[in-house]
Design a binder for this molecule. Structure first.
Ligand code: ZN
Length: 322
């Protein structure tokens, strides 16, 4: 059983840093070596020198940042090992969006698993989550609160069938919008899915990368206006917020966050993150000796596992003796 290095990954201004391999994970500022879990903008930022990521993540970054995405890209398939410094890394699927990865890092006899954003719920628009045993589980804790329980997404999306109007759904453009399209196709097959121009390129990239079952159409005001049937229009958050109540849509926003459900006509709790029970389930699968948390609040996890598994926030650089 290898020793756990408390400073294996630390928080720096640029992002999470591993000095044993001299690389950053999901840096928010430009760095020389960036290992990137997935393409959401708060994890994949522009201006990196060398990027290690899955092919879909690289494709989304190149689309979003054009020539500013980075200098060099090392497209790395799931399960393929690569070494940085003394650390042997590999990606495994995180189930969060297309191309999303957890990072498995082996150093000496010790294995560290950095989840990035992940989910256990079924999603047929991305690779299903994979799990392995690790000594240290470094988990996101966005919804690590016993009060948070995400409902069944199929039951949530079924609500749309009961609405006798067109439905405007606010959604993040990348990942969530494609998952919603697939759910709507399956659960609400009578509804045509119209897609805002700000979301369309991501649908097309998904299709180009093998998610070929999505049925959708570019937004067409006339088709919606003249239709006797009721349909769905997916729009990104900015467009959603600029629609006024006077427009003939029932308004919903797809999210795990309670505060994003307020002021809408109906709630639609669809999240691409783990909830409280999912995290507990996941800890059981990984069976770690320690849990470190990133994003959000690890307090509830620390009290739940008190006396069983040490839980703490990832260390800040300032807390580490140089
Ligand atoms: Zn994400």
């Amino acid at each position: 059983m290898g020793a756990i290095l408390p400073d294996f990954i630390v928080q720096r201004a640029e992002g999470y840093y591993c000095r044993y391999g001299d690389f950053f994970i999901d840096p928010i500022l430009p760095v020389h070596r960036a290992v990137i879990t997935h393409a959401h903008a708060d994890h994949a930022s522009r201006g990196q020198h060398t990027v290690y990521a899955t092919a879909p993540t690289v494709a989304f970054m190149r689309f979003r940042y054009r020539g500013e995405a980075g200098h060099a890209f090392v497209e790395t398939p799931y399960h393929q090992q690569f070494s940085l410094g003394g650390v042997v890394l590999r990606f495994i699927p995180a189930g969060h969006m297309l191309g999303s990865a957890q990072i498995v890092m082996a150093y000496g006899e010790t294995t560290y698993l950095f989840t990035g954003d992940y989910k256990l719920q079924h999603d047929d628009t991305c690779e299903p989550l994979e799990t392995l045993r690790a000594d240290v589980l470094i988990t996101e804790s966005t919804f690590a609160d016993p009060k948070v329980s995400h409902p069944d997404p199929v039951a949530e999306i079924s609500k749309i069938n009961g609405i006798p109007h067109h439905v405007l759904i606010g959604t993040y453009a990348l990942g969530k919008a494609q998952r919603l399209t697939s759910l709507l196709n399956r659960i609400c097959p009578d509804r045509r899915v119209f897609v805002h121009h700000g979301i369309l390129p991501f649908h097309r990239l998904y299709t180009a990368m093998g998610v070929s079952h999505l049925r959708y159409e570019p937004y067409n005001r006339r088709a919606l206006k003249n239709s006797l049937n009721h349909h769905v229009y997916l729009v990104p958050p900015m467009a959603f917020n600029s629609y006024y109540r006077a427009t003939p849509f029932v308004r919903v926003f797809a999210s795990g966050w309670e505060h994003l459900q307020r002021n809408n006509d109906l709630s639609l709790y669809i999240s691409d993150h783990v909830d409280w029970n999912d995290i507990l389930d996941y800890v059981g699968r990984v069976s770690p000796r320690e849990i470190w948390t990133v994003h959000g609040d690890g307090r509830h996890l620390a009290s739940f596992f008190a006396g069983v598994i040490p839980v703490r926030r990832i260390l800040d650089q300032q807390q580490v003796i140089p």
